[in-house]
Structure formats: structure tokens, C-alpha cells
Design a protein around this ligand. Sequence first.
Ligand SMILES: NC(=O)c1ccc[n+]([C@@H]2O[C@H](COP(=O)([O-])OP(=O)(O)OC[C@H]3O[C@@H](n4cnc5c(N)ncnc54)[C@H](OP(=O)(O)O)[C@@H]3O)[C@@H](O)[C@H]2O)c1
Length: 330
Amino acid sequence: MSHKALRVYDNGGATAVLETVETPKLEAGDVLIDAHYSSINFKDALAVTGKGKIMRRFPTTAGIDVAGVVEASEDERFQPGDQVLVNGYGLGENSDGGLAEMVVTRADYLVPLPEAFSMQDAMALGTAGFTAGISAYRMLQNDQDPEMGKILVTGATGGVGSVATLLLSRLGFEVVALTGKAEQAGDYLSSLGAVQVLDRHALEMTDKPLASVEYAGAVDSVGGDTLSWLTRVTAPEGNLASCGLAGGVKINTTVMPFILRGVNLLGINSVTLPMAVRLKVWDMLAEHIKADDLAAITRQVIGLDEVIQHVGELMDGTMLGRYVVDLKKG
Ligand SMILES: NC(=O)c1ccc[n+]([C@@H]2O[C@H](COP(=O)([O-])OP(=O)(O)OC[C@H]3O[C@@H](n4cnc5c(N)ncnc54)[C@H](OP(=O)(O)O)[C@@H]3O)[C@@H](O)[C@H]2O)c1
């Protein structure tokens, strides 16, 4: 049996090619998924363009998430016909990923598709939405409360940012959206629930170790100077969910926010999150986010043969919302 897959080769830099490959045989504990939907995440864009070192071996099929139907299973927990999703666990990094018509993965990594979501809905969220979910989940676990004040969402028009804005608003928080596209995306962010939209190009970021409190917490997909600044202006006991690096990896701060204000820096990793927590995060997303919301954040549903032409938008920061990939299209 063979299937189409978006393969990334290392030819001194990465080259992505849509090609037909042999579908691997299953080993004990494996499942074969008839893949229906995937999505384009920042990490996929890094992998496909070769701008980031994502894949651990070459060639590898790209795609860090997928939703589909179990076609064959070598694990008794899953049967043919089960609708499932997978994200993280090295999918599309150290094993062949979800931008393919068929996916072989470990049964241990499968999440039963939440009842509230179609397979397309699940991938409209995808890894980006799931990461926004982990961020909100960890903040709530660490006693973030709407009474404490406003939450800043950075990189707000991106995949993580869009879902974080939506989800935190649904959870009763006042969300301020920080974006590089304040003019063209103001209405979009307000429709997701943002009470205020700020232009990141006009933001003055103090470098004083402690400055006046501006936010009660943040979901930060930008990192770098933005996260450094957030440590200085976050309220006592506030939580900063650090989940991304769209603006940089290096942070420059002092211990003062942590020891004098009890500010909490929460690390968010969608790849290694244990299954028990993973299921709780998907439950939380299913409770608060509806199909109509997901239609609003879906920029376009594209085919597997259209992925390469769209990844650049995530690399140059012009992306708004999420690209869903219909693996049955075309
Ligand atoms: N920790 C995890 O497990 C995990 C999982 C998923 C994603 N991530 C990370 O989260 C980040 C966002 O992922 P995504 O899928 O949401 O990507 P995305 O859809 O491309 O969104 C990124 C957004 O960040 C903003 N941005 C881009 N370049 C910037 C810059 N130089 N300075 C400041 N802001 C910039 C832009 O939003 P505005 O124009 O609105 O500012 C952009 O739309 C990435 O770094 C990704 O690697 C981490």
C-alpha cells in the first residue's frame, strides 16, 4: 500500500516535496490512521521552509498534528473506525507526521476525538489551539482569576494567539490582544472577545527590573523582549504562560518580579505533555469552544498540495488565524 505525503529532505537546506511513499507495516502497539485533516503550525512552517531545525532525521513527513480514522490497529485500545487525533510526541519531528494521507503512529499517543468536535474542528484548533489550551489550563491551575485583572495575549492574530484570546474570554477574563496587525485585524480580535487591541509596534517596553503593573498575566507566543518586558509589568501572583518564540528566544530579566511580586513563569510544551493532562486540556477546549468559533479562526481549508505555497505567511508573521489542511481534497 502507498500514500501521498509531504516529505522534507535535507539537501544542505530543507526541501519539501509532495510524493508517494510506501505505507509502513505495523508493529505491536502501532496504529494506522486514515488521515482526514491536519493543519499548518509555526513548527511545520519552520520544518518545511528549513528555517528551523525541527526534524531529527531525513527524509521525514512533515506535520505535527493530524485527525483521522483508525484503519488498522495493533493495540487493543483502538479499533478500525475510531475517530482520533494526535499531536506532539515527536510527530513530524522524529517520526513521519500528519501532512500525509496515511499516518502510522503509536496507540499510546492517540486522543479519542472529543465528541463536541468534528475532525476538521479538531485541526482548526490543532497544536496551536491545544497550546493555547495548555496555557489557560496551567494558569487556572496556578490560581489565575479574572478578578486579578486583564490578561495580555501576544502574537494575538496567530494560531496560538487567536485561540488564547477566544478561550480566555470564554473563561471570563478580560483579554487585551497585542498584535503587529492592529489596523487590519482589530475587528477580528474583537470578534474573538478581546476588550482592547494594542499595536505592538507602538508599545513602549520598559527595561526597569520592576515597573508599574499593567497586566495580571499573559499568554505569550512571542518570547524575547516581549516576554522580558512582561516579567516587569505583571501583577503580584500573576502567571506568564511562555509558549512561543515568534519574536525571539533570549530573555533578559532579573529575579525581582519572581521574588518581590511572586510572578510565575509557566513553561508550556505541547510535545511532552503527559496523556492524563492532554485529555483534560482537550476536554476544556471542547467545553468552551464551539464549531462556529472555529470557523471564525479558520483562514482557509487547503489541500495537501497547497501547503508549500502558504507556509511563508507563518514565517513572515502575516498569518491571521489558522490554515486547516483537508487531506482528502484534490
Ligand atoms: N510550546 C509549544 O508546545 C508550542 C506549540 C505551538 C506553537 N508554539 C510556538 O508558538 C508560537 C506561535 O505559533 P503559531 O502556530 O501561533 O504561529 P503563527 O500562527 O505564525 O503566529 C505567530 C504570530 O506571532 C506574531 N509575530 C510574528 N513575528 C513576530 C515578531 N518578530 N515579533 C513579535 N510578534 C511576532 C504574529 O502575530 P501578530 O501580528 O498578531 O503580532 C504572528 O501571526 C511559535 O513560536 C511556535 O513555535 C509552541
